[in-house]
Structure formats: C-alpha cells, structure tokens
Design a protein around this ligand. Structure first.
Ligand code: NDP
Ligand code: 2IT
Length: 449
C-alpha cells in the first residue's frame, strides 16, 4: 500500500472513532477520500500541512434547545444544529433541514459535502449546514412561525452576512426563510443578506426557487452531450415531489423529456402520459398535500405505496431528488434492468456506495450530487451578490449565470477526472477539483484552526 493510501486509511479510522454512530458522515468522508489519492500524490505538501486531518473535524458544531408552544398551548422541545465546517474560501454557507431524522451525523455529512460543492461553484462561499429534528408535517402556519422564531433566537448569535449565511433544504422553503429572516431582523435590528432563498418582496433572487432543479438539468445535458445525446425524447424517472423534484421536472420537460414519476416518503405515482406539473405545484407548493392525491385525480395513473420501488419504472434517465441513500444496490440494479443509462443526483448523497458501484460497472453516466445539485447554492451565492450591491438582476441574467456555472462545474469535474487518471468518472473529478481549491486556500492562510 502506498504511503498516501495508508495515510487516508488512518484518517478514516480516526473518523470512525471521532464520529462513531454517524454512518452518513463516515460514508460521505469515505467517498471523498476514495477519490483523492492522485491529488495527494501530486501535492505532498497537503499531507504535510494536515489539510485532511483538519477538514474531517468541523470548525465548530453548535447544538441548542429549541422550545416552542404548539396550538394547544403545549410546550414542545426540539434540537437545533449548525455545523460550520470550513470558511477557507468564503463565509460559511449551506441550508437548514427540518426533518425528524436530523441529528449530528446528518448535518455533518451535509456540511462536509457542502465544502467541496461550494468550491466547485467558483463563488466565494464556505461549507456549513444546519437544521432541526422538528417535523413540519401537519403543523399549522403559526406553529411553523413560532418554531422558526425560537430557532433563530439562538442561531442569530452565530450567523451574519459575512460570517455564515443559511438557506433552505428539506422542510425549509420560502415560508420558513421568511419567518427566520423576520426574527433575525428583529433581534439584530439589521436588514442584510443573512439568509438566502428569501421571497422576492424582500430581495430574494429571481430563479433561486428553480435553481437546484434547473441546474441539475443543465448539468445532465452537459453529461448527455458527451454521448451525443440530449433530454429530447427521453423518459425520465424523478423521485421526490419537493422543491428540487418540481423544478427538475419542469426543466427536463422544457428540454423535451417526458417525466413519468414523482414520489414522497409514502409512495410514488407513475403517469405514462407525463407528469401534470401545474397540478403538482398547486398540490405541494400551495395545498401542501401528498402525492397520492395525484393518482386520485388523474386517469390512467398508478400509485404504489412504496417509494423505493420508483426505481423499477423503466426509463432512460433517473434524477433522484428526495433524500440520502434512497438508491441502494437493488434499486440500482432495477434501474439498469429497466434500461436506464444516466443517473444524475438532485438530492444529497442519494446513492449508496454499492449503488454507485453498480452504475460504474454498467457504464451508467453518473452525475454526483456535489457537482450536479450545486445550482441551488450557486444561485444563493448570486443572491448574496445582489444583496451586497442592493440591486436585483433579471430572471434571464441569473439563469444565464446559473447555466454557465453548471457548465463550468461539469468541465472542471471532467478535466479533473482526466488529471486523476479516471477519465469521465465525475465523482472522482468533482471530489478532486473541489478539494484542490479548498486545500490551496487553506495552504495560503496558514494553520489557523
Ligand atoms: P423538500 O422538503 O422540498 O422535498 C423533499 C422531498 O423528498 C419530499 O417529496 C419528501 O417527501 C421527500 N423525502 C424526504 N425525506 C424522505 C425520505 N426519508 N424518504 C423518502 N422521501 C423523502 O426538499 P428539497 O426538494 O429542497 O430537497 C430534496 C433533496 O435535495 C435533499 O436531499 C436536499 O438536501 C437536496 N438539495 C436541496 C437543495 C435546495 O436548494 N433546496 C439544494 C441542493 C440539494 P415527504 O413529504 O414524504 O417527506
Ligand atoms: O444542499 C444544498 O446545497 C442546499 N440545500 C442549498 C444551500 C444554500 O445555501 O443555498
């Protein structure tokens, strides 16, 4: 074993010890490490400076109590988190997730991935993530507001437009960002770009709502071009029915594809005529209903009460847009069997390591999340720029920048895969390109943390 390999293995053992019982974080670190040997062979100075030894431990992990009062006057308590992982190339930046599964291992995996994703955007943003085990499902609007206010009563101490700029993720959209922003403004008496994903009425960016899904499709289109293909005429399977899934469906359809599925954690719908997106937008964005209602109101649509079976639907392209580890080995094999030749990730870490092995050994074109879903945070970066200059750009201007950024991420990842001796392996390429940028900045700034 080379000395670089044994160095990486030693660090993985450290992670298993220091982050025991956090399998998602261990998985995210292992995937990055698997790619980095060629970069470390070329740059022994990164090993000497302990760049990775430092990156596996966040700058800080903040954990706090969030007490709030429900509509029945009962006191409820949740746990809030913010992990500030690395600010080598800009203020900490990353979303907030409200979901009952949130714990340290989830925010750390997301924060760790965010470091390299944000580096790939080429914008000055560092890596962070946060959230709570609060479950927004079934909560009234006033309960959501009171929870957000209580969450911000603690979080405000640690964030700021030049320090740490949170945004949305699962369970946190425009409504929640509004309540969080209102409370921050009250506590600090300051109107600033401290959060992104804001509503347009108080200087959110046009195209931010669409950005992750649109960016995913721009990235996928670049991948398809390498095989002389495009979205036109392709059958697409999408999981999830939230923010990312909806706008991935919209852009893929605009590009000529037929999207035949959407899902939530209860099940999926299969519409052979192509998803009626106007209905889904009203169902999810306005009425906050469940995807099952789609089958109840549309002719010829199948509903299957098992979301993991969505991958058995035959397709050309799969865009997982729900959550981590939603495609395991068995699901990946089902995709291959159904004729799928492209998997591009809208969700964060939706494929297990075993699923990725299935993609690679079957010649599937694979777009890894930290490259392919970077359009959301990139447009958050553009929202920060607009807020700083107190100007708003047009939808077309933002979307053209988003498209350019996604094309840039594809080419940087592709070129880095060539340099690493794994031409076309975008997972290796994205990890190497993102890491190289962060490591170079850390080298220049000395050993601080
Ligand atoms: P939303 O809350 O808008 O939607 C989440 C969707 O995923 C819902 O349909 C939800 O179904 C489903 N889902 C969540 N958890 C599970 C689960 N355990 N099993 C099955 N389905 C599940 O979130 P987003 O669309 O914003 O986020 C989706 C993914 O994209 C996440 O991985 C997120 O980290 C990632 N992402 C988001 C970005 C953004 O800008 N919003 C940017 C980059 C990545 P249900 O209603 O049943 O929970
Ligand atoms: O995973 C992600 O990149 C996001 N949830 C978006 C984060 C952001 O700051 O816009």
């Amino acid at each position: 074993m080379s000395s670089v390999q044994s160095y990486l293995e030693g660090l993985l053992e450290t992670v298993q010890r220091t982050s025991a019982h956090q399998p998602e974080f261990q998985q995210a670190v292992a995937e990055v490490f698997e790619s980095l040997a060629p970069v470390l062979e070329r740059h022994p100075e990164f090993v000497k400076a302990g760049i990775l030894d430092r990156l596996i431990e966040p700058d800080r992990l903040i954990r706090f109590r969030v007490a709030w009062v429900d509509d029945n006057g009962r006191v409820r308590v949740n746990i809030g988190y913010r992990v500030q992982f690395c600010n080598a190339i800009g203020p900490y930046k990353g979303g907030l997730r409200f979901h009952p599964s949130v714990y340290e291992g989830i925010v750390k995996f997301l924060g760790f991935e965010q470091i390299f994703k944000n580096a790939l955007t080429s914008l000055p943003i560092g890596g962070a993530k946060g959230g709570s085990d609060f479950d927004p499902k079934g909560k009234s609007d006033m309960e959501i507001m009171r929870f957000c206010q209580s969450f911000m009563n603690e979080l405000y101490k640690y964030i700021g437009p030049n320090t740490d700029v949170p945004a949305g993720d699962i369970g946190v959209g425009t409504r929640e960002i509004g309540y969080l922003f209102g409370q921050y403004k009250r506590l600090r008496d300051e109107f600033s770009g401290v959060l992104t994903g804001k509503a347009l009425s108080f200087h959110g960016s046009l195209d931010r709502v669409q950005a992750t899904g649109y960016g995913l499709c721009y990235f996928t289109e670049e991948m398809l071009k390498t095989r002389g293909r495009s979205f036109d005429g392709q059958t697409v399977v999408i999981s999830g029915s939230g923010n990312v899934a909806i706008y991935a469906c919209e852009k893929a359809t605009q590009m000529g594809a037929k999207v035949v599925t959407m899902s939530d954690s209860n099940g999926y719908v299969y519409d052979p005529n192509g998803i009626d997106l106007a209905y889904v937008k009203d169902l999810k964005e306005v009425r906050r209903g469940r995807i099952k209602e789609y089958a109840e109101t549309h002719e010829g649509v199948t509903y299957v009460a098992d979301c993991s079976k969505v991958w058995t639907v035959p397709c050309d392209i799969a865009l997982p847009c729900a959550t981590q580890n939603e495609i395991n080995k068995e699901s990946a094999e089902a995709l291959v069997k159904g004729g799928c030749t492209v998997v591009c990730e809208g969700a964060n870490m939706p494929s297990t390591p075993e699923a990725i092995e299935v993609y690679l050994s079957n010649g599937i074109l694979y777009g890894p999340a930290k490259a392919s879903n970077a359009g959301g945070v990139a447009t958050s970066g553009l929202e920060m720029s607009q807020n700083s200059e107190r100007l708003s750009w047009s939808f077309e201007e933002v979307d053209a920048k988003l498209k350019g950024i996604m094309e840039g991420i594809f080419h940087a990842s592709y070129d880095a895969s060539v340099a690493a001796g794994s031409e076309g392996n975008l997972m290796v390429g994205a990890n190497c390109a993102g890491f190289l940028k962060v490591a170079t900045a850390m080298m220049a700034q000395g050993i601080t943390y």
